[in-house]
Design a protein around this ligand. Structure first.
Ligand code: AMP
Length: 212
């Protein structure tokens, strides 16, 4: 099974990808996570990526396309995968189509998490996760019992540097300008499915599972 989870920042793509990963025994490929790992290095690419993150802009298509093309050939993608954060531009989507054609793969669905834009800034600013086990928290909606410490493993809780209000607004603008045009692109191909991303987390998961 090959899925794309689609939606603006804060729609819940990462959270739902984690459920689907277990349910279908397929891997989550988060380009944001891949880039955050690269940004920790000390080379020129890391510096470039950090600048792009801070501006709420997008990493160039050629870098992203090469990253995904390489990643989907790994052994753990044999069963299928969930793309979380890719594609984000029409050229990326076109390149993905070409990759799939070349590698004999078929896209099963693009699942759009439809959300109310006004809720997004509040959802994103304050979200954080455990640096050890990855558990998600939100300082307003789902705080840990002890500030800064994970309830599950006592690991340190960290927030993403690009989850501040100014950068979130820039990321939303980038989404509207460069990523939203993918909705008509996939709708025309007949693979676009839309679910209500404002529903409680478990209901969103159920709605997604009902699609298959
Ligand atoms: P995310 O964790 O998906 O919100 O991604 C964090 C940041 O990584 C984004 O704001 C972009 O700067 C960059 N990024 C992630 N995926 C892509 C992509 N497919 N194309 C370009 N930039 C990306």
């Amino acid at each position: 099974m090959i899925l794309i989870l689609f939606g603006p920042p804060g729609a819940g793509k990462g959270t739902q990808a984690k459920f689907l990963e277990q349910k279908f025994n397929i891997v989550q490929l988060s380009t944001g996570d891949m880039l955050r790992a690269k940004a920790k290095q000390t080379d020129d690419l890391a510096t470039t990526i950090k600048g792009i993150f801070a501006a709420g802009a997008l990493v160039p298509d050629d870098i992203m396309i090469a990253m995904i093309e390489e990643r989907i050939q790994h052994e753990d993608c044999k069963n299928g995968f969930i793309l979380d954060g890719f594609p984000r531009t029409v050229p990326q989507a076109e390149a993905l189509d070409e990759m799939f054609a070349k590698q004999g793969k078929k896209l099963d669905a693009v699942v759009e998490l439809k959300v109310d834009e006004n809720a997004l800034v509040e959802r994103i600013v304050g979200r954080c996760s455990c640096s050890n086990c990855g558990a998600s928290y939100h300082y307003k909606f789902n705080p840990p019992k002890v500030e800064g410490i994970c309830d599950l493993c006592a690991g340190a809780i960290i927030c993403r540097s690009d989850d501040n209000e100014e950068t979130v607004r820039a990321r939303l603008k980038t989404y509207h300008e460069q990523t939203e045009p993918l909705l008509p692109y996939y709708s025309a191909k007949g693979v676009l499915k839309t679910v209500d991303g404002m529903a409680p987390m478990d209901d969103v998961t159920k709605e997604i599972l009902n699609l298959f």
